[in-house]
Design a protein around this ligand. Structure first.
Ligand code: SAH
Length: 411
């Protein structure tokens, strides 16, 4: 047995198929994997001393309890999700060429979907690259690696990215709670090139600035692309409120679509400053106002002041960060629906979103319904949607469709 004992990032450290350690499942535990699921949970693994001693994230040959091969996986004995399947072929060679093929497939899909090079290029399992998020901003890409397995493959992944796309800048935003669960540290660094400020991107024909290094997550939320376009179509001549506006994705697109007046509210001055610059880039600054405030306070004030809007948008951060926050988070969505619905003039529109992984679509819909009722308003759902097509979902992981959104007309 060779190299899984080294913590090296040397590409030569990847074991070849023949000398990979074997990880066996418990009796019966292979059925889900055989049914197409890409994960194995720790309680499904025969977690003997040898398995526990494996280097986090190393490649293994996954087998049933009685020695039948299931495929090639990345294995980490620590987290709840212990094995992530890379290939159903137990002899698969996992190298730069393998990763380049997956990247090329992901790239071909995005080029088919979109006319400009601004999108989520890789969305983890659904693109066959577990633990990997890559967003593309023209010549620059931002990657977030969330598993020990992909962290070990990082040198090959970066080489594959050069082969397939040859970006000028590769920024690693390797931060977040998922890494901690995998036993990984947090860091941000350039793997290639560097940036000296925000980059420009184009979405739905509108120009924006995104700060890839300092901004939230990867700097821009591509997941709302289609929803922003839909909402913008309702905005002509409208008075629009966008709470949790971040860098103005909804607000500026509504203004460009002809809104009479747009108010964007966020607690981050840096985000609002970028939003204001984007509004100026598109020549709509005079119809946009950017207000730094706490969302619930501002919604309350606007309600008390009798303000009414034709279109209200609320796309907040995840209120449910973990399962134990579910009830509290659900109440926050209900309150948000109540406060925002109260600000919509009769006949106007309300767009609400939740990016909480732990909030199921039915539960989100229930909070929206209750919030409207609390506000004494009625209406109709025009659109129930999720993330845009560059955030595909693995068929066995429907719960990874984290974004839920509803667009309603309010009477
Ligand atoms: N709608 C945005 C994305 C929102 S991300 C888009 O389309 O790109 C969530 C935003 O909520 C962040 O910009 C964050 O600064 C802001 N935020 C978080 N908590 C807040 C609060 N209590 N009040 C106001 N803004 C808040």
């Amino acid at each position: 047995m060779t190299s899984h004992g080294t913590a090296s990032h040397d590409t030569a450290a990847i074991p070849t198929p023949g000398d990979r350690p074997v990880v066996a499942l418990r009796p019966g535990a292979h059925r889900r994997v055989l049914g197409g699921h890409p994960w194995v949970y720790s309680n499904e693994v025969r977690m003997d001393r040898a398995a526990k001693a494996l280097e986090p994230g190393g490649l293994v040959r996954l087998e049933t309890h009685d020695g039948r091969a299931l495929g090639t996986a990345m294995f980490n004995p620590k987290p709840l999700i212990s094995a992530r399947l890379l290939s159903r072929d137990p002899e698969a060679v996992i190298d730069r060429g393998f990763l380049a093929a997956r990247l090329a497939r992901a790239l071909a899909l995005r080029e088919h979907l979109f006319g400009a090079p601004f999108y989520r290029l890789v969305h983890a399992e659904a693109d066959g690259l577990p633990g990997t998020i890559i967003d593309r901003f023209g010549p620059a890409v931002v990657a977030q690696i969330n598993t020990a397995g992909m962290e070990r493959l990082l040198p090959d992944l970066l080489a594959a990215l050069d082969e397939v796309l040859n970006p000028e800048v590769v920024l690693l935003r390797n931060e977040g709670a998922a890494r901690t669960l995998e036993g990984l540290d947090s860091y941000t660094r350039y793997a290639k090139g560097s940036l000296d400020g925000p980059v420009e991107l184009m979405e739905n024909g509108v120009r924006f600035l995104a700060d890839l290094r300092e901004g939230q997550k990867t700097g821009w939320f591509f997941d709302q692309r289609a929803n922003r376009a839909f909402v913008a179509r309702l905005a002509e001549g409208a008075r629009v409120l966008d709470v949790y506006s971040y860098t103005g994705g909804f607000a500026v697109q509504a203004a460009v679509a002809g809104a009479a007046e747009v108010t964007a509210v966020d607690r981050s001055q840096a985000a609002l400053d970028l939003a204001a610059r984007s509004a100026a880039l598109n020549g709509v600054a005079e119809r946009c106002r950017f207000r730094r405030a706490e969302a619930f306070d501002e919604l309350q004030h606007l309600g008390e002041a009798g303000s009414r809007f034709d279109v209200v948008i609320a796309d907040p951060p995840a209120f449910v960060k973990s399962r134990k926050d579910l009830n509290q988070g659900a109440r926050a969505y209900r309150k948000l629906a109540r406060l925002t619905a109260g600000l919509v003039r009769p006949g106007g529109f309300l767009f609400l979103a939740s990016c909480s992984h732990n909030m199921e679509p039915g539960l989100f819909a229930e909070q929206v319904r209750r919030g409207l009722h609390d506000a004494g308003r009625e209406g109709r759902i025009l659109l129930a949607s999720g993330a845009a097509a560059d955030h595909p979902v693995h068929p066995a992981l429907p719960e990874s469709a984290y974004l839920k959104a509803q667009l309603l007309q309010i009477d």
